[in-house]
Ligand binder design. Structure first.
Ligand SMILES: C[S@@+](CC[C@H](N)C(=O)[O-])C[C@H]1O[C@@H](n2cnc3c(N)ncnc32)[C@H](O)[C@@H]1O
Length: 272
């Protein structure tokens, strides 16, 4: 099961740990959703993509497991929010023009099931944002430091909660489910400064901002990590390529469902 508790915990600092979508990303998405006035954002989170879409005139419905994340989306101006699992959407068949999902697939073990559900509720299109770093497991160097961070934290008396499981789905794997009608690639410039600094600063937001560790403990852990792992590893840097993958909704719905349809009793309910 994906981690609603994990995202409730991280919600207050989530926006600090992710850059907002770039103008190019928003442009690509807006073009791909052209002609689809109603859009369901599955795993809407704090509305990072939903808010710019709404600003471009789309009527956006957000679904998420985490009330904490959706509370922030609501505060930013999204009003159609529903707490639900995106694999069992409380929407009738073909009830929105398009379904969209960003930064969520890495939390879903079986993408076929999730894509079929998005295909069921969408009349026209399904678009998935797929950052390249979610297509393959993190490097050993990254994993080693992350594990060491936990060990040192435990030595200092702070045992960190387990991070939810992650799954990597490549564009090839998704293409085997159904051949995308369109794929747009957006490149982002790397942030200035060493890759390791960027990573440690993200950890600071997650650990200190998420209330897991006091600032002085985080600083002590990072001081030790810098000593134990002095090099700045290129492998530590996150790839900067994001793909937007588009299917016709009908491509994703299994044939049996197309014939029988699903109960039309599932309606949106229970706001954030
Ligand atoms: C990494 S965040 C991405 C949020 C937003 N789409 C963005 O790009 O910033 C993943 C979000 O997906 C939600 N989520 C994870 N699994 C889910 C599921 N099965 N159904 C609905 N939401 C889910 C989490 O609660 C979280 O808000």
């Amino acid at each position: 099961m994906t981690g609603d508790v994990e995202f409730d915990r991280i919600a207050p600092v989530y926006d600090e740990t992710r850059r907002p979508p770039s103008a190019e990303e928003v442009r690509a998405l807006v073009e791909m959703l052209g002609g689809c006035p109603t859009v369901l954002d599955a795993g809407v989170g704090t509305g990072r993509f939903a808010i710019p879409l709404q600003a471009h005139g789309f009527r956006v419905f957000g679904v998420d497991l985490s009330f904490g994340m959706m509370r922030l989306a609501r505060a930013k101006g999204l009003s159609h929010l529903v707490r639900a699992d995106l694999r069992h959407l409380p929407f009738t068949d073909r009830s929105v023009d398009a379904a969209f999902m960003a930064h969520v697939l890495q939390l879903i073990p079986e993408p076929r099931e999730a894509l079929a559900e998005l295909g069921r509720v969408a009349r026209r299109r399904v678009v998935v944002q797929l950052p390249e770093w979610f297509e393959r497991p993190p490097s050993e160097a990254w994993r080693e430091r992350r594990n060491r961070y936990r060990e040192i934290a435990a030595e200092l008396g702070y045992s960190l909660p387990e991070r939810g499981k992650r799954y990597w789905h490549s564009i090839e794997e998704l293409s085997e489910i159904a051949t995308p009608r369109d794929v747009r690639v957006v490149l982002r410039p790397p942030p200035a400064g060493p890759a390791t600094d960027e990573r440690y600063s993200r950890w600071a937001s997650e650990m200190i901002g998420g209330g897991r560790i006091p600032p002085e403990v985080h600083e002590e852990i990072v001081r030790r990590l810098r000593k134990e792992f002095p090099q700045d590893l290129a492998a530590f840097a996150r790839p900067r390529r994001t793909r937007f993958v588009l299917w016709d909704a009908s491509q994703l719905v299994p044939k049996t469902e197309k014939l029988s349809g699903l109960p039309s009793s599932r309606r949106p309910g229970g706001g954030a």
